[in-house]
Design a protein around this ligand. Sequence first.
Ligand code: PXG
Length: 294
Amino acid sequence: MSKALQIYIDGTLCDEDNAKISVFDHGLLYGDGVFEGIRFYCGRVFKLKEHIDRLYDSAKAIQLTVSISHEEMSKAVMDTIRANELKDGYVRLLVTRGVGSLGLNPFLCERSSVIIIASKIALYDEEKYQQGLTLVTCSTRRPAPAALSPSVKSLNYLNNIMAKVEALNAGAEEGVMLNEQGFVAECTGDNVFVVKSGKIYTPPVTAGGLNGITRQVVMQLAHDEGFELLEQDLTRYELYTADEFFLSGTAAEIVPVAKYDGRIIGEGKIGPVTLRMMEFFRELTQTTGMPIYE
Ligand code: PXG
């Protein structure tokens, strides 16, 4: 039997069986809260500062006061990984609105709660990283920024989950989500990139996707390696006719797409630019990040 995970809740580490929160927490009642998914590799946390900064930005945007500082949050993440004696894995960091009453008013919640889970994650089967994913377009659209900013990484993921359900029902691994105008926004938990005639394209954040940290890493790598990368509105046409198509995300890392809405992408196998980006990304994750055990 594997050892019980040590879960961080508001400054205390406890066994997973005892890691419990109130049924009156507005994170549960209303999806009122924010989260991050962070990876660590070879005993180093990848892009920790970027994730913590985005968490606090999400919190600020929904007027949620995080009870601890950025530095305390970083330390809590490190402590939780150490308590679980992990070197490679995935951290789920949540800040919930906290315990309140039955009623929407978030200001009746006394104190937000911080929950940190350090564990493992595998989104897609290993062979998909060689063969590529099958994608479909979802009819579920990303909400307009005026409804709910897609930049807020909130605990309310029902929009993305409904899109994922559509993709799975269609026998695909992932779904492409469009915005209200019909431009490509992102996938249900990953950002989208295509390659055409040697240039890399990705939708701008204003198209309705999250400004993924892996997305930013891909953009930086592309720049460093001399690729031309353009942020521009994309339609399904540009995805269908791409030479290569790949997704980026903390959980997914970089994963190629082989088939989309029945169309074979490029030659139907992992393309040279995607392969290079995967290699560069791997190199970066193995050699950078905040050391956990020093
Ligand atoms: N878009 C959305 C909607 C996301 O939730 C990304 C893009 C990629 O962003 P990062 O910063 O990770 O490169 C995300 C984050 C999952 C899962 O289980 C996915 C994410 C987070 C947590 C869980 O699929 N993706």
